[in-house]
Design a protein around this ligand. Structure first.
Ligand SMILES: Nc1ncnc2c1ncn2[C@@H]1O[C@H](COP(=O)(O)OP(=O)(O)OP(=O)(O)O)[C@@H](O)[C@H]1O
Length: 352
């Protein structure tokens, strides 16, 4: 078990800061996902922790010990890359045993460690297979086994399943979670998939342009995204522009009251927390598109001013494009200048 501490971690390439003063504490046995769009600095942070990239500033500590200047092979970290870089001319056993041989462990000990780790990743009996005889998923399991066999204190995974199909990816991430919890190994997992992060992580770090936007548990991140960016990155968030005057939204269709100063704001609410029903009178919105996802129906709706929002519609109603509807958002948040306002808005009925 180990604790990882990043303080003021910074990296510049050619004068451009791609990682900007990142502070993060990962506790014993925790699995933290680094989530962000392409180019947000996720891999660079992971590579710095693994020692494959030298920081331009800041420090990396593992269990309190400064490892910032320690070369990768002497760090207590194990890294798994997207392209697993297995040696195709060696069999599975030799691939996994390689690092142990470099450490001059006795043969019997190497054998028992490799067999144990093959068992752990669900590949018992595969030791004599050639790498090219394995499926993509099996190869990635070998790559994980090759890291784990060295018993790192910290496991670093850089989009390890990105090249695999959806089903396999889901299965492997469940396996990784099981293994990680069984070993209690502190883990950092890089992904640009929000589903993957939500499914795997104890906590998620959302990165944008090399800086942390928010660090939180999946449920908290989903319920109260600290910024507009996070709101739009984790699931779908409807964002409807409005103006507040004397504590009331000027949008007639969502009459909201909130203790905010006058000025513009965005009303934010999730499609799954939005009530929709066929309009009795003129309604607030018009159905643009109906999409049946099997588990639920998603309605794309156009508000009077042309703002398009999404809502989940009841399967028992025959929705059709052009239909006029009434919309009742619930669990509403407010953003101003891209940042969550702490004020909880009340709906018109509650405010009246
Ligand atoms: N060796 C390098 N030299 C110059 N620029 C680099 C180097 N490595 C990364 N960068 C730049 O740093 C930024 C962050 O890259 P990084 O790979 O960390 O992002 P990422 O969030 O992991 O993206 P992706 O999801 O696409 O892998 C990018 O703009 C990238 O072009």
């Amino acid at each position: 078990m180990a604790r990882l501490t990043l303080s003021g971690l910074t990296k510049s390439f050619g004068g451009l800061d791609v990682v900007k003063a990142v502070d993060l504490e990962v506790t014993d046995g925790e699995l933290v996902c680094l989530l962000g769009p392409s180019g947000s600095g996720k891999s660079t942070i992971l590579r710095m922790i693994g020692g494959f990239e030298g920081p331009s500033g800041g420090a990396i500590r593992i269990d309190g010990e400064d490892v910032t200047a320690v070369p990768p092979e002497r760090r207590p970290t194990g890294m798994v890359f997207q392209s697993h870089a297995l040696w195709s001319h060696m069999d599975v056993f030799a691939n996994i045993a390689f690092g142990l041989k470099l450490r001059h462990l006795p043969r019997a000990e190497i054998r028992s460690k490799v067999e144990a780790v093959l068992e752990l990743v669900g590949l018992a009996g595969y030791g004599s297979r050639r790498v090219w005889q394995l499926s993509g998923g099996q190869q990635q399991r070998v790559a994980i086994a090759r890291s784990l066999v060295l018993e790192p204190k910290i496991l670093l995974l850089d989009e390890p399943f990105a090249s695999l199909d959806q089903h396999l990816r889901e299965r492997l991430r469940e396996e990784v979670r099981d293994i990680q919890q069984r070993l209690g190994i502190t883990t950092l997992f890089v992904t640009h998939g929000q589903d993957e992060a939500l499914a795997l992580a104890d906590r998620i770090v959302v990165l944008k342009d090399g800086a942390i936007e928010q660090t939180d548990r999946p449920s908290a991140l989903y319920r109260r995204p600290a910024t507009r960016f996070v709101a739009g990155f984790i699931g779908h968030m409807n964002l409807v522009p409005t103006e507040f005057r004397a504590g009331r939204s000027t949008r007639p269709e969502f009459a909201l009251a909130a203790e905010v100063s006058d000025g513009p704001a965005e009303i934010a609410f999730r499609p799954e927390a939005t009530g929709v029903r066929p309009a009795q009178g003129a309604g607030h919105a018009v159905v643009y598109r109906v999409t049946d996802f099997g588990t639920h129906l998603t309605l794309d709706l156009d508000l009077e001013d042309g703002t398009r929002i999404k809502a989940h519609g009841a399967g028992s109603i025959a929705w059709s494009p052009g239909q006029r509807v009434e919309v009742t958002p619930a669990e509403v948040l407010l953003y101003r200048d891209g940042v969550l306002l702490s004020t909880e808005p009340r709906t018109a009925a509650a405010a009246a």
